[in-house]
Design a protein around this ligand. Sequence first.
Ligand code: SAM
Length: 205
Amino acid sequence: MKVNWPERVWVNSPVRRYVQRQESLFFSRAGKLAPGGKCLEIGCGCGAGARLIGRYFAPTEIHALDLDVEMLHAARKNGARWNGLPLQLLAADAQELPYPDGTFDAVFNFGIIHHLENWRKGVTEIVRVLKDDGVFFFEEIYPPLYANPLFRRILDHPREDRFDGPDFRAALAAAGLRLLDGYKESRFAILGIAVVGAKNFSPLQ
Ligand SMILES: C[S@@+](CC[C@H](N)C(=O)[O-])C[C@H]1O[C@@H](n2cnc3c(N)ncnc32)[C@H](O)[C@@H]1O
């Protein structure tokens, strides 16, 4: 579901940029991706996340998609300032990713899965397009933050079948993802990294 205008103001604000930078730093402290990596960002908005992925992980390709073509226009405009970023932007639905199985070394989710009507399908799609040693970097938020009595009036989100921390972690496990130690979770949000496969191994170097 597209964001409404108050949320568009928020996701394009300097405060959101600051938060996203701190989250990217957290991701990057877990380790580097192997050289030549191919990354996907779902729900890229105005493209700031893709730029941070470029800065902290230096992949060979960054694919960034969003359902909202206005967001992609903004990302395209911004992209002109991001010299050399190997960025490909695409209008697509994160619930039906237009990529073959096992395409990406890493998928990034900066707070978009709670915008998906079928969020479980979004999670299984991420796992489908990840390689066997792929990594999922995510920030996600829960209803006490975005659907409390105040924000419910201001923001627009799907209302059926929402998820909290235990639901989200259970869906990652059911889809074959293993959460790495050190994730941060409150009743409002989670920030973490998960890898494909059950073995006690991290592909991050
Ligand atoms: C809360 S904004 C986050 C934007 C950006 N990732 C950030 O952190 O600033 C959610 C984004 O997800 C996009 N979105 C919502 N539903 C989507 C879907 N089904 N497929 C792809 N993108 C979607 C919205 O258009 C919006 O750009």
